[in-house]
Design a protein. Sequence first.
Length: 369
Amino acid sequence: MSVLRLPPLQVGRDGARWRAEAKVRRHRVTFDSSHPLTAAAEALPSAFLLPAMVRGADVEVSEPVCPDWLANVDTVRVLAGDWWRYTGGRVRGPAGTSDKPAADTALFFGGGVDSFFSLVTKDADIRYLIYVQGFDVLLADRARLERVDAWNRRVAAETGKELTTVRTNLRGIPAFRMECWENAHPGALAAVGHLLSGLAGRFLLPSSIPVWLDWTFGSTPAMDPAWSSSRMHIDSHGKDHDRDGKVRGIAHSPLAHRYLRVCWQSPDEGLNCGECEKSVRTQLEFMAAGTLDQVRTFPRGPMAARVDALPGLPESYERYYQQVLDEVDDRPLRAAIQALIDRSPAWQRKQARRKRFADAARYLRWRFQ
């Protein structure tokens, strides 16, 4: 079985910023932070474990790692094998000692529904908001990163939190382009948490799905805590609420009304295009909750036309639109939602064919690069 050997991270100061870096095979991985970084031996193997398993490889480290982390990531390895048929993933290297965690709590904050729900409901416990540049917004999109940074600073100022911004090229490394980011991103976030373990001992990772949904998604209540060590614990927060419950939990939050960001697109102004699937879904959910007119971060426009413009839905998202369909009274909008649900199966089959071709092309590029 092949082995991915990971070197120790080198951590130091670069002017007013902190920097951690290591060369993984031919690629230099960097993390740049506004707050001090710790050379945690668990950081790189957390990030690279799932990409290594895609290739059927184990992971080898030279520095001692936390025994609690070693035991926990065995759960990640088993789940990844069961869910996605990944192989390998055994961590080879010396075990160190367990350490006490820092006292403070941090929240991984992306600005979306899950993040705002965790911020609103756990406000008193949180000291730090952590945002990672290069994950949801790529490093090349500088204008959008600047807008997101400005809005994150406003959220931190209005809530009395400290904003910690980490900039990393991790997602651009070929191993992550090969691996599905939906599966790999919690390990990448865990890497950032380990690097920031000198600041906080507890990191809230807003849950993507509720505990009762049996989805094989990278961020789940079963897998998220398994990236923890004795020094850095990850809490899958909000796992007892579905998306509809979270929207209703922040539906009357003026903070969410001013700064909610869910869009993956890059509009020229603002943070949400209002037209992509996630923007449309979120607007419909706030409409069902009765407060869409108070949310300032979406452009105004007729919702039925935006629903009509969507080509189809992933099967797992149909339930959200069905919930809205049961709660809105607007007849043209109801007809548009039903038509979207009806045309989605044909769109899903077309997307599945495209994905098979894209996966094969990515594998060939990786195999012969």
